[in-house]
Design a protein. Structure first.
Length: 300
């Protein structure tokens, strides 16, 4: 009887390596196909009204009237674009100082028990569903603003406050990682020159890690710009450009979620909503590009 030779360990290693590379290549190729398909689908739907001449691009981007029904429909998306940017910027302005201070507290002030105390809280905030944030904002923030400030409570200010809490974990986590990765010799050199802790933080640590911290801020803004449900519950969903922070407004995501189910596929109204989705996607690409540019500067 002849005994078949067993495969050597080297041959088995090459087979496993080939299978692993093939699987990873398939996954990467599938991911690229999915992303390209999504971009093509949204872009083709989003520019349909402009290529057919039903809506002018200038009227869509700079028009202030949104009235898709009636004899003379108008598809001005400026109120929603303004609302999205206004709420996002305000949320970033509110959340960024709090997040940076929390990250400094965890990494520089009391890196032991401070991190053990704040880290679970931050992780808990990031895991809360959006509808819970919206319900809390509707039950707590809106009545508080209505009783203490002019207006009905719902509006840009309420949406910004809700979003600031939602993006707080993102900015804090990125800032804490950036501060923790700072070389120890930079801080030791500052202390050796006679600088105090606060001088070291303000003149050495923060300027050095500024690009990485700004990366977290931009990522938080990207999260806020694409949020729909929580903002929709507290902003008022009024199709007008807000004249103050306490007036009702609307965002791109709110209009899309409220109107997409009530339109016919291929209609002018439906394609206008896809145009808003295209604006959201382009803004996401812009945020990603800004993050990549900041990461290139983030070399300590």
């Amino acid at each position: 009887m002849s005994v078949k030779p067993k495969k050597s360990k080297i041959e088995k290693h090459h087979i496993e390596d080939f299978i692993g590379r093939s699987y990873m290549s398939f996954c990467v190729l599938l991911l690229i196909v999915i992303i390209v398909s999504m971009v093509y689908f949204v872009a083709s739907k989003g520019i349909a009204n402009f290529t057919s001449g039903e809506i002018k691009l200038s009227d869509f981007l700079f028009g202030k009237k949104w009235s898709p029904e009636g004899d003379n429909p108008s598809y001005g998306a400026l109120p929603f674009i303004t609302g999205s940017f206004l709420v996002t910027l305000l949320a970033a302005l509110i959340a960024s100082p709090l997040s940076i201070c929390a990250a400094l507290f965890m990494t520089e002030i009391v890196p032991g028990w401070g991190k053990r105390l704040l880290q679970p809280v931050i992780e808990l905030l990031s895991g809360i569903p959006s509808v819970v944030y919206g319900f809390v904002g509707l039950s707590v923030i809106v009545p508080f603003l209505r009783n203490t400030l002019p207006g009905q409570g719902i509006g840009v200010a309420a949406g910004a406050l809700v979003l600031s809490v939602m993006i707080l974990p993102t900015i804090t986590s990125v800032a804490a990682d950036a501060l923790a990765s700072l070389p120890q010799n930079l801080k030791e050199s500052s202390f050796a020159l006679g600088a105090t802790r606060w001088q070291t933080i303000s003149r050495v640590i923060l300027p050095t890690t500024f690009p990485a911290i700004m990366t977290g801020v931009v990522l938080g803004m990207a999260r806020a710009f694409g949020e729909a449900l929580a903002v929709q519950m507290v902003i008022g969903n009024a199709p007008f450009v807000p004249r103050s922070l306490f007036e009702s407004a609307s965002t791109l995501t709110s209009v899309i979620t409220l109107g997409m189910g009530n339109t016919t596929m291929g209609s002018t109204h439906n394609n206008a909503l896809w145009s808003m989705a295209l604006v959201l996607m382009l803004m996401t690409f812009a945020f990603v590009l800004i993050v990549r540019m900041l990461e290139r500067r983030n070399k300590i």
